[in-house]
Design a protein. Sequence first.
Length: 143
Amino acid sequence: MKLVPVETHAPNAIAAASGIGAAITISNEEGLAMARAVVRLFALWGLSDAQSCTLLGGVSETTWRRWKKGDISRLSVDLKTRLSILMGIHKALRIIFTENERAYRWVRRDNTHFDNQPPLDWMLRGDLFALLDVRHYLDAMRG
């Protein structure tokens, strides 16, 4: 996956909050690939359909069921952003933990950084900033 920075005079709020500093363009092909990967990731995390829909910004369960069957259509900028953040979380966990199962279980373990909640519960608040909190935490952990 190749993310290409776009020159801009006014970085968008999400790019600024993520520390990227400039808007990022994610192609439809990249978005579709990330969506397929997130379907597999959420299965490994053991998420329910409702939890999956929440992490994806409130997509309908009908849409989520289509995704699980491989029928993924157009993706909004918000959804591509969420997918990118989730892929970053997955990548960071795979770097931090050499055992895949530990990486997948981490999202369900209580963590003092997230008010003694599992990171999954923190992310299930549903907003982009909750996802970014987890992403930034993991990026700091891996150095």
